[in-house]
Design a binder for this molecule. Structure first.
Ligand SMILES: [Zn+2]
Length: 458
């Protein structure tokens, strides 16, 4: 079964739209390197597009009706947008879902130490990473430090051209004979992912003078004490902006495209859709990379609660109506697919792999080994989704995550399927997934955007 490369099918007008979507996508990537930043970006874009804040709707006891649009942000890290349709809400929702957290290194709660007149920040990696990929790169720090009086200090260091950057050092090759014999998982160990943070001793200090110099700078710049790290969420990410990749500029190289490529295209398709028949929802969630846990992960009830509030404001809420609405819903649960990499062809089943330039990728199931942990979409539902894609000329392909027994992975699909709704996994193909810099195809980004738009309008 041969699928045509999408690039060959575009008109000049489509190419222009493709470039526009990708340029906007890069703005999202450059402004959203953490879940908090992505959530804030989405909320701001929603407000600009005329969405009301659900908290305000609740507080002012406002009524909602068909044609209204609302959004809510939960703990600053998870977002839900609703576009209320003309159909009865009990008939179900069209839901787009993607995650906005990405693999990275989190600063520990007691991170700052000095060793041999160098200051370090100790980190704990987040999500699945090849640790050896995160050394010697310019790194930035994004996040918040919350003081005991409730003040939230926002931190972004390393993105502005004039900012300093950080790095994790690695052993020079001349002394690495022993290191180079180690297995990949042990070449760089988790406890060694400490960020080099300073080297200038504070004058007049005898002990830990470099650390003291750092603490003085932190006090001057952010008015924080060492213990304030205890209530901080500081994320260490690759420094720098997204770039076009390839001489033909057909790809994008950027940090955090898993899963922001799906999050952005879902959000943009959602915001670009004026009115809908079925009430539509766009969910951008946190904590997928560590199992969708916590209050801001998909396993939390925040979405169910928000939906209950929306139905209540519509005068449609009852426990039964809520359950019917959820069970009658259909969802595209979007997360990236491992793009087929000719350099590592042996790890893929080429007939069931995701290729650049072949459109959005559908995974009927994910999981590991014997589909363990998978949602495994219903054939009837996937046929329906195919017909939506074909009806809107969206390029799509189907794939599995690598060869059977090569590994595996999960998404948020199985959690939403607990409501009894139809869910299928989909997303764009990514090369070097979970590496500091990941690659996507611009044409797939465009097809994803088209796919989400078609799905909401169905
Ligand atoms: Zn993902």
């Amino acid at each position: 079964m041969e699928l045509k490369n999408s690039w060959l099918s575009y008109t000049a007008e489509q190419k222009e739209e493709l470039e526009k979507i990708n340029a906007q996508y890069r703005v999202f990537l450059d402004n959203g390197k953490t879940e908090r930043e992505c959530a804030a970006f989405a909320a701001e874009a929603a407000a600009k597009a005329g969405y009301k804040n659900l908290d305000e709707v609740i507080e002012k006891k406002q009524a909602l009706k068909a044609g209204d649009k609302v959004y809510c942000v939960y703990m600053g890290k998870t977002v839900a947008l609703f576009n209320i349709g003309s159909d009865a809400i009990e008939n179900g929702l069209n839901i787009l879902g993607a995650h906005i957290d990405s693999p990275r290194m989190d600063v520990k709660q007691n991170p700052l130490y000095e060793s041999d007149e160098l200051a370090y920040l100790d980190t704990h990696y987040y999500g699945g990473i090849k640790k050896y990929q995160w050394v010697t790169l310019p790194l930035a720090i994004h996040g918040v430090i919350v003081k005991t009086d409730g003040t939230v200090v926002n931190v972004t260091i390393g993105e502005d051209e004039s900012d300093p950057v950080f790095c994790v050092t690695d052993l020079l090759i001349h002394l690495a004979a022993e290191q180079m014999e180690k297995k990949g998982a042990k070449v760089v160990e988790g406890e060694n992912l400490d960020v080099l943070f300073g080297s200038m001793p504070l004058e007049g200090e005898e002990k830990d003078a470099v650390k003291k110099g750092i603490l003085r700078l932190l006090k001057e710049k952010y008015d924080i004490e060492e213990r304030d790290f205890e209530s901080a969420e500081l994320e260490v990410v690759p420094a720098g902006k997204s770039r076009e990749a390839g001489l033909d500029r057909s790809m994008i190289l950027a940090y955090g495209q898993d899963d922001r490529v799906c999050a952005y295209t879902s959000l943009q398709a959602f915001l670009d859709t004026e009115t809908v028949k079925r009430t539509s929802v766009c969910l951008l969630v946190d904590k997928e990379e560590i199992g969708s846990v916590g209050a801001t992960g998909m396993q939390s009830h925040f979405f169910e609660n928000a939906l209950a509030e929306v139905m209540n404001a519509m005068g449609e809420y009852s426990e039964l109506a809520l359950r019917r609405c959820l069970a009658n819903s259909k969802m595209l649960s979007s997360d990236v697919s491992a793009g087929f990499d000719p350099l590592y062809a042996s790890q893929f089943d080429k007939k069931n792999a995701a290729f650049f330039g072949k459109g959005i990728v559908f995974n009927k199931y994910t999981g590991a080994r014997g589909k363990s942990g998978s949602n495994d979409a219903n054939a009837e539902y996937f046929a329906k989704v195919r017909s939506i894609m074909e009806g809107s000329n969206v390029a799509y392909q189907t794939a599995e995550l690598g060869k059977v027994d090569a590994g595996g992975g999960g998404t948020i699909a199985y959690i939403m399927s607990l409501y009894g709704m139809n869910v299928v996994d989909c997303g764009m193909a990514v090369l070097s997934m979970h590496a500091p810099w990941e690659v996507t195809s611009k044409s797939d980004v465009y097809e994803g955007y088209k796919a989400y738009k078609a799905f909401i309008l169905d």
